[in-house]
Design a protein around this ligand. Structure first.
Ligand code: GDP
Ligand code: MG
Length: 455
């Protein structure tokens, strides 16, 4: 396999920057651009050692640097690896990389270091996916959850399920194939217990997916409501800055303004929209209203704002009805003055959680946060539990769970053991695809296609 190299740190001015080289010739390539003050060669240096010296491009000194040496198989990729750390200016890093490439390395593709780690058995596919999530993780809980996945929490859970299924399948196969031997029959009850346990564990993984996704990726959120109820004020209150223009003139917000805010343990990609009202003659506002409706349609969470100092209008009622099929929190704003809106009437119109706030005075924001966490399902999110984090993983678990269910139904209906075994094998197969043991090359390439260069 070729020796690859890339800039592993951010492509920006920084104190330090690192060029990573991995492959059979990593040590000799590094030796031809690096010269240690001590005169030692990288090739003669054992693993886990650092050398201080200078990086050269031909005869020219580029920078002072430290070379970290890792020897196969004890490295991230499982190959010989040298990391050259120098000053972090992008110009310097690019020059060092060029020198390294001139010395015989080839540019690494996105995710190639991690792909090699996977191919060399350093991690399984779900752990490789966790590396990707960890790089883009925002917030403490997202970081903890992905680090946990990287540590193999998901792999262990999947393998535990798979082993239980495999043992059952082996037992049944032996019993079917060698009916004359004294293999004790697995009772239906034992089998149902094992299959039910596995099914429940897979189901638990699936039910954590949405919450996990919300914590890891954030949630597309639309703030909707008719004009002047305080949507822009709410956006400002949640983001802690004056992002949106607030006026008492209805129809001020026309374009969609987006802002990412941290609310509890999740990031909301908040969109403040034009107030949705049908009876406007203003052409620009009409476009704003159309855009607001589109944003509403694709939002995973809706904050539907009402004005407490006003009764419920037809526009409000129509919007409330639209929100019934959505993850939605109904926000009764402006509770700081004379309240006209009847909560009892409102409760008859919606099944969503209702919270009372004053966006202007920042009151009720905590209650709103709790309501959002509850609605999105992240209220009881446990970052230490095994978590599926990609559609690919989810797909594998869905298929495995379906097969286990089929096997379960089969046992209860008394179908032949080998028919049950076909279902169990299918579940085992899908779980093996998840961890990458049985993933096709196409699947593997797809997983790594989204990685950044240098990881
Ligand atoms: P939008 O059209 O829904 O975006 O509403 P804005 O955020 O622009 O606010 C409309 C008006 O309501 C402004 O005059 C705000 O100062 C006022 N407003 C917003 N929130 C509150 C609140 O919690 N209490 C009171 N009393 N007024 C508010
Ligand atoms: Mg507005």
């Amino acid at each position: 396999m070729s020796t690859i190299a890339a800039i592993a740190t951010a492509q920006a001015a920084a104190g330090l920057g690192t060029i990573k080289i991995s492959g059979e010739n990593a040590l000799t390539v590094a030796d031809s651009v690096f010269s240690a003050v001590s005169g030692k060669k990288i090739c003669d240096t054992p693993g886990y050692r650092a050398l201080y010296g200078k990086v050269y491009d031909g005869e020219t000194v580029i920078d002072d640097a430290v070379a970290l040496v890792f020897r196969a198989p004890k490295s991230y990729t499982g190959e010989d690896v040298v990391e050259i750390s120098c000053h972090g200016g992008l110009f310097i890093l690019k020059r060092v990389l060029r020198a390294v490439l001139n010395a015989g390395a080839v540019p690494a593709e996105g995710g190639e270091f991690t792909k090699r780690a996977f191919l060399n058995g350093k991690m399984d596919l779900s752990e490789a996916e966790a590396v990707m999530s960890l790089i883009s993780a925002s917030g403490e809980e997202a970081r903890a959850a992905t680090l946990n996945a990287l540590d193999g929490a998901l792999s262990r859970e999947i393998m535990a399920c798979r082993d239980k299924l495999a043992v059952t399948a082996a037992f049944m196969a032996a019993w079917v194939d060698y009916p004359d031997d004294e293999i004790p029959e697995l009772s239906d009850e034992e089998m149902i217990n094992t299959l039910t346990e596995v099914y429940n564990r897979l189901d638990k993984l699936l039910s954590g997916f949405d919450a996990g996704k919300a914590v890891l990726d954030g949630v597309d959120t639309a703030i909707v409501g008719r004009p002047n109820v305080g949507k822009s004020t709410l956006l400002n209150a949640l983001s802690g800055s004056e992002r949106a223009i607030v006026t008492s003139v209805a129809g001020t917000t026309r374009d969609i303004l987006e802002e990412t805010v941290r609310v509890g343990n999740i990031s909301l990609r908040l969109a403040d929209t034009a107030g949705i009202r049908e009876d406007t003659d203003d052409e620009i506002e009409k476009i704003g209203v159309k855009k607001a409706k589109e944003r509403f349609d694709r939002a995973s969470l809706v904050l539907m704002v009402l004005d407490a100092q006003d009764g419920l209008s037809n526009d409000d009622k129509e919007l409330l009805a639209m929100c019934e099929n959505k993850n939605c929190v109904v926000v009764v704003n402006k509770t700081d003055g004379d309240v006209k809106l009847s909560l009892d009437e409102l409760k008859c119109l919606t099944n969503n959680i209702i919270v009372e706030i004053s966006a202007k005075n920042y009151s009720g924001i905590e209650t709103l946060t709790d309501a959002i966490e509850k609605t999105v399902g992240t209220a009881n999110f446990d970052p230490s539990a095994p978590l599926i984090t990609t559609e690919r993983q989810r797909n594998c678990v869905v298929k495995a769970a379906e097969s286990v269910k089929e096997a379960l139904d089969g046992v209860s209906m008394g179908i032949t053991p080998d028919a049950v075994n076909v279902c169990i094998d299918c579940a085992v197969e899908n779980l093996s695809v998840l961890t990458g043991e049985k993933a096709t090359e196409t699947v593997v390439n797809e997983v790594f296609a989204n990685f950044c260069v240098g990881k």
